[in-house]
Design a protein around this ligand. Sequence first.
Ligand code: NDP
Length: 320
Amino acid sequence: MRAIRVHQHGEPEVMQLEDLTMPTPGPGQVRVRVEASGVNFIDIYQCSGQYKMNLPFTPGQEAAGVVDALGDGVSSFSVGDRVASAFTLGMYASHALIAAEKLVPIPAGVDSQTAAAAMLQGMTAHYLTIDTFPLREGHTALIHAAAGGTGLLLVQMAKLRGARVIATASSQQKLSLAREMGADETVFYDDFPAQVKALTGGRGVDVVYDSVGKDTFERSLECLRPRGYLVLFGQSSGPVAPLDPQVLNAKGSLFLTRPSLGHHLQTREELLLRAGDVFGWIAAGALKVRIDRVYPLAQAADAHRALASRETSGKVLLLP
Ligand code: NDP
């Protein structure tokens, strides 16, 4: 088998493709022949050392493929089944060992590249719109980086729940893409608080979904109605500075949360529910997954550079 290995933290070049011995699945494990692996910001943080890892390791948190061997005690899957997973390390590889309880079946009507592209960011948009702030008709949401991988899915799920969506992005092309996916209003970052106030008759939005972090956080607080929710779920521009809680009082008894997908996949039932909804919407044509670009596994470093440098609009995949 082939896998990307990282022996020391650093720039994307630390990722090297290596030949490894084919692993045998242990009890409760499934070996998956990977057809596509998703690239996510967390992979960049883990390679650079911003998130410290035990070295060496194989990056990658999501994949889709075909079951090609079963460990003892696995009865829920058979060889040949199409499966996907998220939140298990080691997916930048031709084959991966995954605990059966972490796998979900891919329904007919969803191809493997789409499945790999939708798992992590799709389930993130799912919990953000359904659990973190349950959107409904009458709500207005501000979504930053709306043409990003998570952003495009977030815009569509917010619309599925009946909310009005104001979207930000850094270029006209990206704003057009957000609009194609359903955004009602689109604005550049320059003076978004003033524009949001104007678009909401001075009231402010019910919720801001902020994955940009450092560059937008303070101004996101300016966009909320009294008792509104700031959902800070990422930091693509860098980490946010420490905050005095009194600020939340002064700006209108605001709520602030910093959620993570891991805490929203606590049980197998939760995993099956979220992945089932996401795949179901895709199969029904209600949710579009935009794959921006695809790289061979050997070019994982190029994939990281493209995602980090704001070149992409939608998902980046690696193919073994
Ligand atoms: P995106 O596809 O959204 O790419 C990042 C986007 O952020 C860029 O395209 C860019 O859009 C915007 N951006 C703004 N400033 C910068 C900057 N200085 N450098 C790079 N990008 C910038 O990535 P993802 O959807 O994969 O992830 C977005 C964030 O969400 C990441 O921080 C990620 O870790 C986080 N995340 C969190 C999860 C959770 O559960 N908490 C789960 C999934 C992702 P533009 O040019 O339009 O500004």
